[in-house]
Each structure stands twice: as structure tokens, then as C-alpha cells.
Ligand binder design. Structure first.
Ligand SMILES: *Cc1c(COP(=O)(O)O)cnc(C)c1O
Length: 202
């Protein structure tokens, strides 16, 4: 059985300020994930002296992409060909991305539909500035069975497509994601208690 020590933990820093992020960094969490362009830019500048690996995990609007695209290391939310084209045009060296999959098939959710996934992936092969690592998916809020189904589908598609990585699992469902062979978990609230416990010792 996989545990957290077997996967990449992306510390979702949207709940934390720069000072708290430095404490997490000093505890060894060097992968940080932000979901908003403006907040990302602010923290990126504040924390420039730290060798943080920056993950962008939220929906990225095309018109905002130019501000961050050459600053981030990994994008977890590639969800359209339009965004892929924008990356291809702006990015200086290949960007590692996860294709965000709408595995729960909720209409209000971002992500590529399951039925379009393989053609989307094929199309991306033409873009030399995009390096697909794997699939990213989000569970269903307060719905264990729905989340389980989403992780199961994502796990199967990833295997079928021979993709090496999966970004799935958040504070409430990372244990489940580990059973579906995730490789990257995105944990936010999980770190609140860690910061409280460590207070004064770091
Ligand atoms: C906020 C967020 C997370 C982390 O959520 P927690 O439940 O606090 O762990 C993970 N992924 C995305 C895309 C987020 O926006």
C-alpha cells in the first residue's frame, strides 16, 4: 500500500502567507501549489530566494496565462486546446502539465470530458512546449462513492494511456487516492495542524 512518503506532496499554499510557506519549506515541503494568478505572483516575488517548485493548480484563463507561464514549473489544470495553444505561443521551454479530467462528469466542473480525452492527448503531441505528465482529477465534494468512481476511472485511463503520473487526492480524500496509485497529492488544510504543532519549534 502506498503512503504519503511514496508520492509528491504539493503543499497548496492558498491558505498560508509567505511566512508560513517559509516554515513549510524549511520542514522540507518544496513543492507549492497556488490556484490564483494574482496570489501566485505576489508569493513568487516574495519567495524568490527559495528554491520552490511552483505548481499551478487552478483554472488558468488564457488572458492571464502570460503573467505566469514562464514562472511556473508544473501546470495541473490543462483543460482546453485554446490554453494549450497559448502555452505553445508563450512558453520558452517545455512545460510539464497534467491534463485535467472531468472524471465526475459534472457540467459545472472544469476539465476535459472522458470521451474527448484520447483525441485531446493525441492533439497535444503536436505541441513541443507541452510535456504531458499525466492526468489530474478532483473528487466529488461530500460524496465518497462519487469520488471513488472518479479516481477509479482516472486510474484506468492513465494506465491505458501509459501515463506515468496522476495528480489526485486532497486533504479529505488523499488516503483513497493512494489506493488508486496516485503520484501527486495536493494538500491544503492538511498543513494547518502541522503548522500549529510546529509553532515555536521552527
Ligand atoms: C484548494 C485546492 C486543493 C487543496 O484542498 P484541501 O482540501 O485544502 O486539501 C487541491 N486542489 C485544488 C485544485 C485546490 O483548489
Amino acid at each position: 500500500m502506498k503512503t504519503l512518503s511514496d508520492v509528491t506532496i504539493v503543499c497548496v499554499s492558498k491558505y498560508f502567507d509567505a511566512e508560513q510557506m517559509i516554515r513549510l519549506f524549511q520542514m522540507g515541503y518544496k513543492d507549492m501549489g497556488e490556484n490564483r494568478v494574482d496570489v501566485f505572483l505576489e508569493k513568487y516575488h516574495q519567495l524568490q530566494q527559495y528554491k520552490i517548485k511552483w505548481h499551478f493548480i487552478g483554472h488558468l484563463q488564457r488572458n492571464k496565462a502570460k503573467h505566469i507561464i514562464n514562472k511556473i514549473d508544473v501546470l495541473h489544470s490543462l483543460d482546453s486546446l485554446e490554453l494549450a495553444k497559448t502555452i505553445q505561443a508563450l512558453r520558452e521551454k517545455p512545460l510539464e502539465v497534467f491534463i485535467q479530467l472531468n472524471a465526475t462528469e459534472e457540467t459545472q466542473k472544469y476539465g476535459v470530458d472522458i470521451k474527448n480525452l484520447s483525441s485531446f492527448y493525441e492533439e497535444l503531441k503536436k505541441y513541443d512546449k507541452i510535456k504531458v505528465l499525466g492526468l489530474m482529477t478532483m473528487g466529488k465534494i461530500d460524496d465518497f462513492e462519487g469520488t471513488k468512481k472518479a479516481f477509479e476511472i482516472t486510474c484506468k485511463l492513465r494506465k491505458d494511456m501509459h501515463l506515468k503520473f496522476a495528480s489526485m487526492g486532497m486533504s479529505d480524500d488523499y488516503a483513497l487516492a493512494l489506493t488508486y496509485d496516485t503520484t501527486h497529492v495536493r494538500l491544503g488544510r492538511y498543513f494547518k495542524s502541522i503548522l500549529e504543532e510546529s509553532h515555536g519549534t521552527v
